[in-house]
Ligand binder design. Sequence first.
Ligand SMILES: Cc1cc2nc3c(=O)[nH]c(=O)nc-3n(C[C@H](O)[C@H](O)[C@H](O)COP(=O)(O)OP(=O)(O)OC[C@H]3O[C@@H](n4cnc5c(N)ncnc54)[C@H](O)[C@@H]3O)c2cc1C
Length: 474
Amino acid sequence: MATQLAAPVQGAILDDETISEFRGRLRGPLLTSDDPGYDGARAVRNGLIDRRPALIARCSGTADVVECVNFARERGLLLSVRGGAHNVAGNAVNDGGLVIDLSEMRGVSVDPIARTVRAQGGATWGDVDRESQLFGLAVPGGVVSTTGIGGLTIHGGYGHLRRKHGLSLDSLLSVEIVTADGQVRTASENENADLFWAVRGAGSNFGAITSFEFRAHPVGPVVQLCAPFYALEDGAPVIRAWRDFTAAAPDEVNSLLVLWSVPDDEHFPEELRRRPIVVVAAVYAGPVEEGERLMQPLRELATPLMDLSGPIPYTALQQAFDPFFPKGRLYYWKSIYVDVLSDEAIDTMVDTARARPSFLSGVTFWHLGGAMGRVGSEETAYGRREAPYLFSAEASWEDPATIEQNIAWARESLAAMQPFSNGGSYLNFPGFGEEKEAMLRASYGPNYDRLVALKTTYDPGNLFRMNLNIPPQA
Ligand SMILES: Cc1cc2nc3c(=O)[nH]c(=O)nc-3n(C[C@H](O)[C@H](O)[C@H](O)COP(=O)(O)OP(=O)(O)OC[C@H]3O[C@@H](n4cnc5c(N)ncnc54)[C@H](O)[C@@H]3O)c2cc1C
């Protein structure tokens, strides 16, 4: 019997002997479509993605990852790396190739004296927060605990600490990475510094990262959350007042707007459920009492429908959004940097929220700057450091009959915000990355050409191409 690759690269067929021999070289399980657990292993967070890899290697450690990289390269197999599998583009899996599944590699260790955290490549932010908070420390991560540290860090990393402590990748001290030649390399400021530069913004193009070493920062255990829910009818004046407040806010204030609907969920008052709202979600990365006092004006931008503000344990905060993004829902999230937040831009933003075809969808509007904006734009590969805001149209829905309508809403929303942008997308909210090189050039800016040169050095055969791909030079 032979496993026919659904989308064969070079028409490859893997016979049972080859698969069995490969399986014998791994410590972790190797799944084919015949194995129980295969369907669970190929499913990613986004229910729109339905790919059938020929092989899924649940790696137990770096040695397994090396075996996979060599096997895929030698046989010309399409290769994916699966971290937390959150990316809406679904690049963690592929059709007909091999998946390096890091989901069993989630170990985290903390050095409280040096204030560093080392985490394996498949860890989630929940894993990192849990261990680091034991010592009163945190690494800037995302706002949903089930997101992988892998994809989130290597493309940026926006979370509640971004203005105080920078992007996730700004706290990166080193990585262990298996490059396309099967070599295990350390990349840091002192070792393979060019690779380290590229990893911090475009890591998925350069290898499978088996561990991340981060600088950690004292945070919590309790932080101040500000979370008033305003009616979307008050959206324009609320957002104008928010804009004026945030313009003068210290780095400790990390705030974003969510133009959304009250969840249809028992935790919210029945009469408010599904009502269109603007949530001001701000977290103070500093003393709780100071945060309560300084963020009070954000609770008075209009009369709130409800208000969830108050002190909250940092680990609880990091899980607060989890229930609203279940696995298997249909997602298409796409972003654009906003450079001019004029009154017209605000009116346009509110109009996009009003036009949402699904009450589950939202517009997230991130206030950037602070520490993440002070890093030089060429110090890491990540682009558009100077952008003050990010607009993200987050289409989320359940009815498969409305796919086109929901994707169209996100794309039209971005087009409407285009006049207020100098271009570029945050590459963790890339839609399907359908604009390919045009999106990458706009997002990496002047760093793009250096990335192409480094890709050509480290991955001339483009083995790592299930990502927002930077093709090597021919
Ligand atoms: C519910 C939800 C909430 C989110 N919240 C935030 C947020 O608060 N802040 C934010 O910045 N982003 C957020 N995102 C976006 C998120 O950062 C991206 O989707 C990110 O790419 C997810 O990383 P992952 O490892 O989970 O994904 P995956 O889908 O596993 O990976 C994404 C890409 O990175 C590659 N990759 C992953 N791990 C590795 C590794 N170890 N080595 C090499 N390549 C790797 C994959 O091959 C793939 O190309 C959110 C997404 C979702 C769905």
